[in-house]
Design a protein around this ligand. Structure first.
Ligand SMILES: Cc1cc2nc3c(=O)[nH]c(=O)nc-3n(C[C@H](O)[C@H](O)[C@H](O)COP(=O)(O)O)c2cc1C
Ligand code: SF4
Ligand code: SF4
Length: 252
């Protein structure tokens, strides 16, 4: 079976899981694809594996746009989510779009990992920072186990979509408040004196929202994945003055 593992990742959790799955899924050909805005994927696969983080209880917009463009033609699909705490409606939302587009959705699974958003509120090396990283413990063993389940489910090709959760109307309201606040936060991105205009952030942004010329310029199409913030080689990106002492995080 040729498995296509298409994933999206901000700080690096979902990316790390994708790399581990590639190592642990045996006897099948696994090829990976990093999901970016408007990036097209070929059709040369027998089964689809989608990896997505949870942003405000939902899949990121880029992942939703991507899965909406796919054609299942009866092929099996499986979804894994990485989350900081609560996945809300993210898995079901993706599963429903995939099903509508002709995939047989064989399961959705959540992996608890360090929270790439809440880490912004912490101080480098603090006790809370260490606690925040704790969910990454045993990630290899958890991914190894999940990889076995995924292969079995994809081969069996039986539909398994999770039921709706009772708390989703509440998380939807919280998410709306978050995205309102995010509009202000995305305008607060700036670089400090460590920026050497290397241009890495331009290539890192999955939404092509950054231009580097004589300075670094952010557009208004940001989904706050924080890839630029966490992965700038000079740690030169700040969000206003909120993040002067925040740790940067690049996955386990
Ligand atoms: C903007 C944003 C919103 C988030 N919202 C949630 C959430 O609603 N529920 C949750 O469990 N984790 C949430 N998280 C945490 C991430 O889902 C989690 O850390 C994930 O593993 C990050 O994966 P990535 O590094 O591949 O982007 C959020 C992170 C960000 C950046
Ligand atoms: S990646 Fe960092 S150092 Fe490089 S241009 Fe962007 S902000 Fe500046
Ligand atoms: S600008 Fe930064 S936070 Fe916004 S989408 Fe691009 S990489 Fe993510």
């Amino acid at each position: 079976m040729r498995i296509r593992l298409a994933y999206y990742s901000g700080s690096g959790n979902t990316q790390c899981v994708a790399q581990l799955m590639r190592r642990f899924i045996k006897n099948h050909e696994v090829s990976t694809f990093f999901i970016k805005k408007n990036r097209k994927m070929d059709e040369e696969y027998d089964a689809l594996l989608i990896g997505s983080p949870v942003y405000a209880y939902m899949p990121p917009l880029t992942v939703m746009e991507f899965v909406s463009s796919l054609k299942g033609r009866g092929r099996p699909a499986f979804i894994y989510l990485t989350k900081g705490l609560i996945s809300g409606d993210a898995g079901r939302k993706l599963a429903k779009v995939l099903k509508k587009n002709g995939f047989v959705v064989t399961g959705v699974s959540d992996l608890l990992m360090a929270d790439s958003l809440f880490i912004l509120l912490l101080r480098e090396g603090s006790f809370l920072h260490k606690i925040m990283l704790y969910p990454n413990k045993n990630i290899e063993a958890r991914v190894k186990k999940l990889s076995r389940t995924i292969t079995e489910r994809l081969l069996k090709k039986e539909e398994k979509i999770p039921p709706g959760k009772w708390y989703v109307p509440i998380t939807t309201k919280i998410a709306a408040l978050f995205w309102k606040k995010e509009q202000k936060l995305q305008r607060a991105f700036l670089t400090d004196e460590r920026c050497d205009l290397c241009g890495a952030c331009e290539g890192l942004c999955p939404r092509k929202n950054i231009t580097v010329e004589k300075s670094v310029i952010w557009g208004d199409d940001c989904e706050f994945c924080l890839r630029c913030f966490h992965r700038c080689p000079q740690t030169a990106i700040q969000i206003g003055t909120y993040t002067l002492r925040s740790p940067r995080y690049r996955g386990p």
